[in-house]
Design a protein around this ligand. Structure first.
Ligand code: NAP
Length: 542
């Protein structure tokens, strides 16, 4: 390990999740001295905190795994098509040990402040425990979905029973046996939690504000035969995934939904339905762009759900009518809709009877009072900007990130922020992030950032930051791309609609991982076009 000079690290990484672990590894490979600050007690980030029952990844495990090390890839054996949270967490711990990353991580260090000194070209980082760190470069690998959204419901603190949040689940999972349980929220987290809790609880009441689209995972164990094929095909699978839109090797139908016959369309939808989960949104290339194509997909979905749910009063409430299918990430479930056929499960439609208050013994809506022993909040996250904006980040001249982003995030390539030299964000706003496989997006962005840091160190560049006009242009491009699709039409966390007062702006690059990678490589080949590289003699180098 290279020792830091003058108490100043080459690289400080915030967060020891998927991106942070890879940042430590890559920085070390580049002979940089690196330290990582992690708020939690262990590695894993999102997979450390989201321990709720039923938690799994909605990307196939063989794709949702690091690709940087061939031996790791061949030796690690996933037990199922879609890995559970404990298995993913075990994998990330294995990676941390295998590549000797733990000595670089300081656990229980929550970053509260990051201030840049333009004179020294050094970041000073302060943590909640009172410690101070200094570094030439800071990489925020703080995740896209890491600050939970807990709605300020009147009377919430009066509830005398047990309260849980899917995003901050206790280490030892509670028992729901014999208890009346409420789940608020029907996003991916709620949809995974609900079937598990229903099996155990005396009764489960689901409080749904917006019906969601969910497609069964068709999960299954991976066999020896599967593994022979996987190991054989891995290089090609990874190549295809890296140039794809979503970071997985699956291809959409070669024609548009609007160009094929009704029979061909049905066969294609049936095939991706059986592939399972979120991949259904990728059946046809025009499905997320064209209203008619989307309507076909929606009708197919509706037919399937009407076949599963028996109670006609519940079916209509479970089928979304207010946003196109795929405009929010399609959920991937195991027995979600079937859960509503159980005698111990009820659905409350909050559009008809909004929550008025939480009481000491339950939840009061406009129509009734419901009694519970347990309330589970599955109410999502202040995504993409929430975590960074809660840290007091000040760039050159004391510019506050919160001020710069008051009307929405502005970034260059999602990784650079004008006025914040030597600061980098992984999976930030303006990058593909959760629209693609987060492990591959993390590898691509971290690799790019560490290359840039190395380039700066080798060429005497002291400060690197985005030009303001390049960041504005990139952010406009991100918005224009989104507006050419149906994605902004849902009130999703993609546009910040789930957080009261958050500026409405589509925050993700939706041009796909492959195109994004090409753009980043072109920027690099053009001498880091769009960035300002300042040398030691304070001359503009680019
Ligand atoms: P989410 O999609 O934002 O869902 C939050 C749910 O809570 C929504 O149903 C929302 O209703 C509801 N809600 C929020 N505030 C409420 C309030 N005041 N009153 C009543 N209901 C309220 O959050 P999530 O389920 O945690 O998922 C977020 C993202 O995490 C996913 O899109 C996915 O990218 C990722 N994720 C992935 C997996 C996986 O890989 N399988 C699992 C979990 C999460 P509205 O829709 O009306 O706002």
């Amino acid at each position: 390990m290279r020792e830091h000079r003058d108490g100043v690290h080459d690289v400080l990484v915030v967060g020891a999740g998927v991106a942070g672990l890879y940042a430590i590894h890559t920085a070390r490979q580049a002979q940089l001295d690196v330290v990582c600050l992690e708020a939690g007690d262990g590695v894993g980030g999102t997979w450390y905190y989201n321990r709720y029952p039923g938690c799994r990844c909605d990307v196939e495990s063989i794709d949702y795994s690091y690709s940087f090390d061939d031996e790791l890839q061949r030796e690690w054996r996933w037990s199922e098509r879609y890995a559970t949270q404990p298995e993913i967490l075990a994998y990330l711990n294995h990676v941390a040990q295998r590549f000797d990353l733990l000595p670089h991580i300081r656990f229980r260090e929550r970053v509260e402040q990051a201030h840049f000194s333009a004179q020294e070209s050094v970041w000073t980082i302060r943590t909640a425990s009172g410690n101070t760190y200094r570094a030439r470069n800071v990489i925020f690998a703080t995740g896209s979905l890491s600050t939970p959204n807990i709605p300020a419901l009147p009377g919430a603190s009066d509830f005398a029973g047990e309260v849980y949040r899917t995003a901050q689940w206790p280490d030892t999972s509670p028992s729901f046996e014999g208890k009346r349980v409420a789940v608020i929220g029907t996003g991916s987290s709620g949809i995974q939690t609900i079937p598990m809790v229903a099996r155990e609880a005396a009764s489960l009441t689901v409080f749904q504000r917006t019906a969601n689209y969910s497609v069964p995972a068709f999960n299954r164990p991976l066999t020896d035969e599967d593994y022979k094929r996987i190991v054989r095909d891995y290089p090609e699978r990874r190549r295809n995934a890296r140039v794809s839109g979503g970071g997985s090797p699956h291809q959409a139908h070669p024609q548009n939904a609007t160009e094929v016959t009704a029979e061909e369309r049905r066969a294609a939808f049936e095939a991706t339905w059986r592939t399972g989960g979120v991949l259904f949104s990728k059946t046809f290339p025009d499905q997320n762009i064209d209203h008619t194509a989307n309507k076909y997909a929606r009708e197919f979905f509706e037919e399937k759900i009407r076949d599963i749910v028996r109670d006609p009063d519940i079916i209509d409430d479970l089928i979304p009518t207010d946003h196109p299918i795929g405009a929010k990430r399609i959920c991937t479930d195991t027995g979600y809709y079937e859960t509503f056929n159980r005698d111990n499960v009820a659905l409350v439609n909050l559009r008809r009877e909004p929550i008025e208050a939480v009481t000491s013994s339950g939840i009061r809506t406009r129509a009734a009072h419901y009694e519970f022993e347990v309330i589970i909040y599955a109410t999502g996250f202040d995504a993409l900007t929430g975590t960074l904006q809660r840290i007091d980040i000040r760039g050159a001249g004391g510019t506050r990130l919160g001020d710069l982003w008051r009307n929405g995030p502005v970034t260059y390539l999602g990784m650079h922020i004008p006025g914040f030299p030597n600061m980098f964000v992984v999976n930030g706003p303006g990058s593909p992030a959760v629209l693609a496989n987060m492990i591959l997006t993390s590898e691509q962005q971290v690799g790019w950032i560490i290359d840039l840091i190395t380039h700066c160190a080798q060429t005497g560049v002291q400060q690197v930051e985005a030009r303001r006009d390049s960041a504005e242009k990139w952010t406009e491009h991100v918005t224009e791309l989104a507006n050419s699709t149906l994605l902004p039409l849902a009130n999703s966390w993609y546009v910040g609609a789930n957080i009261p007062g958050k500026p409405r702006t589509f925050m993700l690059y939706c041009g796909g991982l492959g195109n994004y990678t090409t753009i980043c490589e072109d920027v690099k080949a053009a001498g880091y076009e769009g960035l300002v590289l300042m040398t030691r003699s304070h001359q503009w180098a680019s």
